[in-house]
Ligand binder design. Structure first.
Ligand SMILES: Cc1cc2nc3c(=O)[nH]c(=O)nc-3n(C[C@H](O)[C@H](O)[C@H](O)COP(=O)(O)OP(=O)(O)OC[C@H]3O[C@@H](n4cnc5c(N)ncnc54)[C@H](O)[C@@H]3O)c2cc1C
Length: 400
């Protein structure tokens, strides 16, 4: 019997496996894909903080990014720039492989091409049934790291992620694009945004997240960028993926922990989930270590995992989700007007100078923006569904 069976060999699953195998536990990772570096519908942008914290190897980094051009619905431009790189674009398939290699290096066993179809929790073990030739695995605990929309999680009585968007992405040949571009507008990507992210000279990932029909919107955007001369051609093949916007109702149970996108641990403002998933994977490994070493793997003993990630990320999820829903209600005219005010009042510069515009931590800049008097005239009276923290309140006041 293994100590821990991890289901899903994405970044979150492999990080839990790496940490636990490194502590000497017997770990198996069961993955449905045949190869660990199969293509993933993901743009692969992660912060420098994430690269440093999880020592992401240079070999998987396409390039570093220190600026982005954000376009309003009518084409107004806001350019965000810092001297130092803020983020990295990674080869997402290679990243999966690198994390898995690291876990294997510590002794974790990987079983590939074997989708798990059922999980049963018993008194002293978890039994995991996989589809291939009736394989089954037994472990003292299981970690579900199955990504967005897994039926396995739903079947365990842990609830569902409360809200989500759907993404579509493709690779394009670009003309003269060397900065990340972000496009806003209800006609472009309703309720979310679209992006053009250069990965190599004349190559970029073009994608968007929205509430529905993401493929149709992406094709429309491709046609528009072709007409503008920004792209020369695009692959006809689109890939699709879902992104949770709210965490799962409960992320632990008897002998069970859920991490990463399966648990809804994604930034609601950008849809980025790699870094938060990795942070939660570390917290899951720490909780499991304590529970395995005392052989107390009950629901009560694993609850500390959820308390931990809520302490670290709960506020970001709350403010980010509220801002995401708020943004959904803004008309294109309001967004355009906000661009004017941000530029004419130097709000972008102030946020950049104050160091608040962070790739991963969004609550402070959101609250600052909302607290700005000129902006609030455009967006109307804002009733926050949360109690502001004293510090955030003071910071948002100081910019006015
Ligand atoms: C269009 C798009 C763009 C994105 N861009 C970014 C970005 O730029 N930056 C960022 O941080 N995030 C981005 N994300 C989100 C990011 O891809 C996810 O948050 C991240 O992949 C979550 O990692 P994970 O390990 O939790 O899950 P995943 O990476 O989804 O891994 C889950 C693994 O579990 C396996 N699995 C599932 N079910 C089973 C089963 N029953 N049995 C066995 N194995 C199973 C899957 O095959 C998969 O390998 C994007 C998402 C989309 C859709």
């Amino acid at each position: 019997m293994y100590d821990v069976a991890v289901i899903g060999g994405g970044p979150a699953g492999s990080q839990v496996a790496y940490r636990l195998a490194g502590m000497g536990y017997g770990v198996v990772v069961v993955e449905q894909k045949e190869r660990l570096n199969e293509p993933v519908c993901c743009t692969g942008i992660v912060s420098q903080e994430c690269v440093r914290s999880f020592t992401i190897d240079e070999s998987v980094i396409f390039r570093r990014v220190n600026s982005a051009k954000v376009f309003s619905p009518s084409g107004k431009l806001l350019r965000l720039w810092r001297a130092e790189p803020q983020a990295c674009i990674v080869d997402r398939a290679a990243l999966n492989l690198a994390f898995a290699n690291r876990a294997q290096g510590k002794g974790a066993e990987y079983v590939l091409g074997n989708p798990v179809s059922n999980i049963e929790v018993g008194n002293d073990r978890v039994s995991i049934k996989a589809a291939r030739q009736g394989d089954s695995f037994e472990a003292r605990a299981a970690v579900l790291a199955t990504g967005f929309g897994s039926r396995l999680v739903g079947g365990l009585g842990l609830g569902k992620v409360g809200d989500f968007v759907v993404g579509a992405q493709t690779e394009v040949e670009t003309i003269g694009i060397d900065e990340v571009e972000v496009y806003l507008g209800q006609e472009i990507a309703p309720a979310f945004f679209a992006w053009l992210v250069p990965t190599a000279p004349q190559r970029a990932l073009l994608g968007l997240l929205c509430r529905h029909s993401s493929g149709l919107y992406l094709k429309k955007l491709m046609a528009s960028l072709l007409a503008q001369g920004k792209i020369a051609s695009a692959s006809v093949e689109l890939s699709y993926g879902g992104v949770p916007l709210k965490p799962l109702a409960r992320t632990y149970g008897d002998r069970l922990i859920v991490v990463g996108s399966a648990a809804g641990q994604v930034k609601p403002i950008t849809g980025g989930g790699i870094y938060y998933g990795l942070l939660c994977a570390d917290m899951a490994a720490n909780t499991l270590h304590r529970a395995l070493s005392s052989d107390t793997l009950s629901t009560k003993n694993l609850a500390g995992y959820e308390r931990g990630w809520k302490r670290r990320l709960g506020w970001e999820f709350k403010v980010g989700y509220w801002a995401r829903k708020f943004n959904e209600r803004l008309s294109d005219t309001q967004i355009d007007r906000m661009f004017d005010i941000i530029k004419s009042n130097g709000i972008d510069e102030a946020l950049l100078k104050a160091g608040d515009l962070s790739f991963d931590w969004h609550s402070v800049p959101i609250l600052r923006l909302i607290g700005h008097q000129a902006l609030s005239k455009v967006i109307g009276v804002v009733k926050l569904p949360l109690h502001r923290r004293g510090r955030d309140q003071r910071e948002s006041d100081s910019i006015n």
